[in-house]
Design a protein around this ligand. Structure first.
Ligand SMILES: Cc1cc2nc3c(=O)[nH]c(=O)nc-3n(C[C@H](O)[C@H](O)[C@H](O)COP(=O)(O)OP(=O)(O)OC[C@H]3O[C@@H](n4cnc5c(N)ncnc54)[C@H](O)[C@@H]3O)c2cc1C
Length: 279
């Protein structure tokens, strides 16, 4: 299928992009990597009157590490994260997750900002950001604001972004010596969206884990924290954590809710071993 007709504008600056969105009063969409947007246009799931291309806006991409925090610009492409030495050292959860996103051609264009703004419930990066207790910078007509990842994902493909807002960067604590991370997903083929996935982070003191964050994806409308399982894992029992798994996934095109819950337990055992340094 072909998209409905639309106009195109290349934003020169952040302010220009916000102004263009405002002029078109909810009828305009930002274009980042285009890897989700163009598919929705072609399928006529979306028919904006204007695409505002943000790719030329200076200062919206790149990885930096300062004051114990990793900051990633919204236009940073998945491939950049995959190849970044800074990400490998300071953001090992992101380094584990990115190779699971789609295929190289898509990772060459897709951006972290686009992935978070699109908020597909089966996507890897939203779950990672929640697991890392990260935050998102947003610029809009009212100025700038920072929103915690927990509060950013509101519902199915729905976020704290308003229609005239631009996500500009994400930030989360850099890994330290005691940081443990784990990541696993089950997909029909490598690169497909996950049937179920798990991004996890914890702190290790000797053999003990604390601050365990288990964030599942593909099991609800947003990334889902399994808080009872987190507590059980922190007290040292993987079996108890699996038994306590507080998830209630619905059926979808990939699998029934019951199968997803079973797979979530399988992933939890794998990720628990990673957190304990056993794999
Ligand atoms: C075949 C295929 C398989 C895929 N598999 C996976 C997968 O396994 N896992 C996964 O996570 N993703 C997958 N993707 C999606 C891919 O990761 C996209 O790159 C990502 O979802 C969107 O990023 P983008 O930069 O391409 O955004 P775009 O497609 O340009 O935009 C997506 C949406 O976000 C909005 N947007 C973009 N940037 C901003 C911003 N800075 N501020 C506010 N709004 C913004 C756009 O207006 C649009 O509504 C797949 C895509 C395809 C085509």
């Amino acid at each position: 299928m072909k998209p409905a007709p639309f106009a195109y504008a290349k934003a020169r600056s952040l302010d220009h992009a916000i102004a263009l969105l405002g002029e078109h009063r909810g009828e305009a969409k930002l274009l980042a990597g285009g890897q989700s947007l163009i598919a929705t246009l072609n399928m006529r799931l979306s028919s904006p009157s204007l695409l505002v291309d943000i790719n030329g806006i200076p200062g919206l991409d790149g990885v930096s590490v300062k004051n114990g925090m990793v900051e990633i610009g919204a236009l940073t492409r998945h491939v950049t994260l995959e190849r970044s030495a800074e990400i490998a050292e300071h953001a090992p959860l992101i380094a584990l997750a990115v190779p699971h996103i789609a295929h190289p051609a898509i990772r060459n264009r897709g951006t972290i900002g686009g992935s978070l703004a699109y908020a597909d419930p089966a996507a890897e990066l939203p779950a990672c950001l929640v697991a890392l207790d990260g935050e998102v910078d947003i610029a809009g007509p009212q100025g700038k604001q920072t929103v915690k990842a927990n509060d950013f994902f509101k519902g199915l493909f729905d976020t704290a972004l308003g229609p005239h807002d631009v996500l500009t960067a994400v930030r989360f604590p850099a890994a330290t010596a005691g940081t443990r991370v784990g990541f696993a997903e089950l997909a029909r083929r490598h690169g497909d969206y996950a049937m179920v996935g798990l991004a996890a982070a914890a702190k290790q003191n000797g053999k003990d884990l604390s601050d365990v964050r288990l964030v599942f994806f593909g099991v609800g409308e947003t990334p889902v924290r399994a808080r009872k399982a987190e507590a059980a894992l922190a007290s040292g029992s993987i079996d108890a954590a699996v038994a306590a798994l507080d998830l209630d996934p619905g059926d979808d095109i990939q699998a029934t809710g019951a199968v997803k819950k079973h797979l979530a337990g399988v992933l939890l055992r794998r990720v628990a071993a990673q957190l304990a340094g056993e794999s």
